[in-house]
Write a protein that binds this ligand. Sequence first.
Ligand SMILES: Cc1ncc(COP(=O)(O)O)c(C=O)c1O
Length: 901
Amino acid sequence: MNLPKLPTDTVTSLDPQDWTKLRQQGHRMLDDMLDYIEHIRERPVWQPIPTQVREAFREPLPAQPMSLAQAHDKFMSTVLPYAGGNAHPGFMGWVQGGGTPVGMLAEMLAAGLNANLGGRDQMPLEVERQIGLWMRELFGFPDTSAGLFVTGSSTANFMGVLVARTQALGVGSRASGVLLSQPQLIAYAAASAHGCIASAMEMCGLGTQALRLVALNDQGQMDTDALANMIAADRRAGLRPFFVAATAGTVNIGAIDPLQEVAAIAKREGLWFHVDGALGALGMLSPEVAPKLKGIALADSIALDFHKWGQVPYDAGYFLTRRGADQIDTFASPAAYLARHTRGLAAGSPWPCDMGPDLSRSFRALKTWFTLVCHGTDQLGAVISHSCALARYMAQRIQATPQLELMAPVALNIVCYRFRSDHANEINDEIVVLLHESGIAVPSASHVDGHTVIRAALVNHRTVAADVDALLQASVSFGQALSAAHESHIKNSLKAPMNALHTPLMGLAKLMRMAFEGHNLMPLAETFKARAEKDATDANALMDLSTALQLHGLREEGLGVLSLALACSRVYELPSPKPCALRLLAIMGPGDLMANAPLAFLLEEGDISLTMFYLLPGEPIPKHLPPHDLALIAMSETRQNHDLLVQLTQAVPYWPRPVLVRPEGILRTSRENAYALLKDAPGVYASPTVQTTRQKLEAFCAGQLALQDVLPGGAFPIIIRPLDSHAGHGLEKVADLPELARYLTASAETDFFIASFIDYSGSDGLYRKYRVVLIDGVPFAGHMGVSSHWMIHYLNAGMVESAEKRAEEEAFMRDFDTGFAQRQQLGLQSVQERFGLEYLVMDCAETPDGALFVFEVDSGAVVHSMDPPDMFAYKVPAMQKIFDAFRAMLKRTAAASGAPS
Ligand SMILES: Cc1ncc(COP(=O)(O)O)c(C=O)c1O
């Protein structure tokens, strides 16, 4: 049989050959973006695009494919780090929303569906129609209203002018054009109106000369008397007023034009009343802002942006008209519009393409729908109210800062201010650029009454008071530096080291949390390194690099970088996330991560700012310390800190502010001193402990010394550890002399602590070690480790693996006040009395006969809330108690001394 040859299909599908691989890569991409959003605060708001990055991105048309993984890597290294930064809480430039993870995920669904929302009978259009119904409800519009998603308010305002023009001239003008129309149409908007209104007049063929800019009153709102006068004058001149645009939230200062009055004039004069609500219309969601928008319900059309205050990812502009039929008159192509089916996919007329200029349209409605339903309008309204509250807070801060000047009334969420100077315009312009380049914050420069101002638009839901504080603080620092440079005509001197000019410090708490959660810190370390290489004076980058290296286990390298950081700056700041109520100065020693109390953990989320000042050996304590209300000696008792602590004992009595955790008390916490203090303390058991040398121990091993010469009152087995060691490093139990000799041979150390080993196991053979924190003498539960081994370090006690152990720790924490603290009241009181420190961390156990067996007291031990809350939910309130008590203690002390609280 001679059958014809069948054509062979060439595979042209762009779908992957290996879906499993694509899935894995897709999950990586999703994770990367979620990581980006989750940790965005740790990045600079914006950073300049290096020339190499910009250039390397230019490539010839790619005839051959790149793998998705490679393209993604390229995105991660070249695009993501150099984006505009409007997702960042420090972004306050122009008027831009922050987006949300919910919106991002919804956008992925929309792209997967690849719906074209130009028309047809499909459920995605019902989603868009649902938003239209919600907008009708929100703005109190009638049942005739209609709405349409567009790119942004520039387009929505353009549509407002187009619809109004068609209504004024009649549908016939769509064919005849506007050139022949007589008399000439005239539009009105306040002088503060967004530039897109003028563009709309250009684009619709009426021209900007037909746009009257109405004068403003002293609140920056449209002067309605002036509007009425202008309309009357135009009528007298034989012209035809047809359109007025009022603004709900002007782009420059956030003023709201008097909507009701404008509506009344428009009604009286027969003008189309359009509201440019790009910035402010969604204020209707906020119970606080909505009353200010009274009159918006009278509009003929409204332009608004979900991508601004609505936090929907870009872009999601919206146009709403009182009568949808007006939109159809303006945009529908009658031939297409009337030829629709009533069944099948081509049903469902009218379609969005009949209501606006676009035929192909994306599914903007989906991310908006997700944002509205997943957050709820109450929460979105609360975000709006919060940004207005932040703006008022910012205005107050500016008014309380002598170097700064508030430049416009704050009606909504926009604050305009400037640094006072004889050369204010020039300097404020430059401050804005320096702020951008510093990565601290991104405001924009603008003009108010002919003056250059720094303008902060608080739109992003992530922005908190600390971001506002950081912006203002940096504005003052830069302003002062620029003024000084200006005075001496040496502008270049701004390159001088000045830590405040750099990207903020991430700090130990954030980095340690990342390490704890299993993140590889090395990519971040690379960015710190790159910053330090670019600018050798970037002390914050060096300090964070040092911390990251140490957390990665590269202690020596980390300490090397620490020296470089300290050569640049001795002062490191961690501003409080909430409005600052108190400034704490921590006096730190140079050393590894155990050298100082990690106070940042105790102050996270609070209203106390932390300034860390590093004191170096052999240097006097400077006369001018960073401003503070209260000082705290953060150094632990270590060999390296010893001399500094002694030096501080001389200085503290003359300190200008209260000093907590005094150096004398810290010096008492060395293992040997602690034993001496506690050995006869009521309720306490302390095991004989001495500091000794290799030489002495070797003589003991050689039989030249007796045990009593080396460890008076002690007996084998003994435990031995190197000086300054923690967390069980180099700690061993040795049963006899040969074992001790073997330990010494294996160790390179010269100085040790030895102590008698005490079997503190319970009747079930398990050992229980407690971490207790004493704050102003009040005990708090830190943690509890349960192990079958005598050497318990919380992380190796197997708490994660054992629900039973966690249950025991939970009970310990829950019943702490009536349980452990009550049982050990006497011992805990002894510890407090003997050390006299306002903050002390103690590792301890209970002996079989019920005494408090103290292993170690340390004012610098870490107390944190890093454990995964899903597994250790019970720790969250316990840790919060500690943090609250610590902060309350600081505030009490400050209040008692007259410092602000
Ligand atoms: C008052 C006002 N109108 C119009 C616009 C333009 O909106 P879009 O950027 O969404 O086109 C803006 C943008 O900030 C604005 O603030």
